[in-house]
Write a protein that binds this ligand. Structure first.
Ligand code: NAD
Length: 391
């Protein structure tokens, strides 16, 4: 027996108007300072006020939110007593809203103790609406929340099936404000979700369908969204792609590129999407070289790429990802990603921690080939130099 979990998804132009129909008393918006600056908080608050709700706001979520921020926001939430929580922003704000909600319903809970196996008893006090403003993480459709333990420099990938939002509002007017670099980073995050969701060990017929469609949309529309942020069709398709990919990997799993990307992000503070997408071609090459049957070629076939054999299909997919990354201005090696501020010696000094963090991330075991510790180290080293995987 298996489940496919999804929020009610309101999508397309003017999706935000759905907020006018909300029934409730008090809504608490969890967001970040940029959302205030862009006027999105006022916009959402106006809809909530029209629906007759009193609105409170916690606008202090930082990128890759820390456990401390979750505790602070949950305290404010306890004082405000909302019956709706609204996560407004990118993955950071949406994840923060989910985790604060868990603490609001369970005061005193340690965020690190949130896990899929312990019931949280959510929805006794409040329900959750999420409104993504980036087109990438898919957090609007998943039960995951990724927090940063700043004391230990590592990411805590946690969550509970109860944390799937009640409503996701996927309105393309919001990501339309993203600058090109953020559009590229987050769009490649969606692609990584789609490909790892389709190829991880928990894949299933339902997640397969949405992963394939999401991958196709990203290849077709991401370059347009990056080149011209005002391309309304590209923005809408990319916003849908991110949510579809979230449904896909959220109902299956992520895999090796995510464990390496999380590890890199926690230590060198590379934005999430850029980090996971950087490793994707390397991890595809690595997995394809293993003994297991793989299905990268199925994605290639769906995309119309050469894939007469599994090997040819995997090579085509790697080439297509690299071409897309290049087209949207993304780095292809770790050296290029870290830039001049980080020397080879800095990278070498961090390598033990990079490997340990990646191995501590459970998604590392979700691919068709599970690397040994030495292989994880080599994967980082090859990605640093931009070398094709030959082991
Ligand atoms: P983000 O939420 O960290 O935002 C990055 C920056 O972009 C912030 O400064 C934000 O204010 C700004 N921003 C957001 N929307 C904007 C817009 N429309 N216009 C201009 N600026 C805007 O970035 P993200 O990539 O969306 O989220 C990354 C976080 O999500 C990471 O912590 C990652 O681990 C997590 N994540 C969660 C899941 C999940 O399923 N829960 C999946 C993938 C990633």
């Amino acid at each position: 027996m298996w489940y496919f979990r999804s929020p009610e998804i309101v999508f397309g132009e003017d999706a935000l108007d759905h907020l006018d129909t909300l029934q409730g008393k008090r809504a608490f918006i969890v967001t970040d300072p940029m959302m205030l600056e862009l006027g999105f908080v006022d916009l959402v608050a106006a809809h909530l006020t029209d629906a007759g709700l009193t609105v409170g706001t916690f606008p202090d979520v930082e990128p890759e939110p820390s456990v401390q921020t979750i505790r602070t926001g949950a305290e404010k939430m306890l004082a405000f007593e909302p019956d709706w929580i609204v996560g407004l922003g990118g993955g950071s704000a949406m994840d923060a809203a989910k985790a604060m909600w868990a603490l609001y319903e369970n005061p005193g809970l340690d965020p690190a103790d949130i896990n899929p196996f312990e019931p949280l008893g959510l929805r006794r006090k409040a329900r959750l609406i999420v409104i993504p403003t980036t087109s990438g993480t898919g957090s609007e459709a998943t039960w995951a929340t990724v927090l940063t333990d700043t004391a230990e420099n590592r990411k805590l990938g946690t969550g509970s099936p109860e944390m799937v939002a009640d409503i996701a509002i996927v309105d393309p007017a919001l990501p339309a404000k993203m600058p090109p670099r953020l559009t590229a980073d987050t769009g490649l995050d969606a692609l990584t979700h789609a490909i790892e969701g389709y190829t991880c060990s928990l894949r299933n017929d339902f997640s397969d369908a949405v992963c394939l469609k999401a991958a196709q949309l990203v290849f077709e529309y991401l370059p347009r969204a990056v080149k011209n942020g005002d391309d309304a069709e590209a923005r809408e398709k990319m916003h849908n792609a991110a949510t579809l990919a979230g449904l896909g990997f959220g109902n299956a799993m992520a895999a090796l590129a995510h464990s390496m990307g999380h590890s890199l992000g926690a230590i060198f503070h590379v934005p999430h999407g850029r980090a996971v997408a950087l490793f994707l071609p390397y991890t595809i090459q690595f997995i394809q070289r293993g003994d297991a049957e793989t299905r990268f070629h199925e994605i290639s076939r769906f995309l119309g790429l050469p894939a007469s054999t599994p090997d040819e299909g995997a090579i085509s997919l790697v080439t297509a990802i690299r071409d897309l990354s290049r087209e949207v201005g993304q780095p292809l090696s770790l050296k290029e990603t870290l830039g001049d501020g980080v020397s080879r010696a800095d990278f070498d000094a961090a390598l033990d921690a990079l490997v340990a963090n990646a191995e501590a991330d459970s998604v590392i075991a979700m691919g068709d080939r599970i690397p040994t510790t030495d292989e994880v180290r080599q994967l980082f080293e090859y990605a640093y130099e931009g070398k094709n995987i030959d082991f």
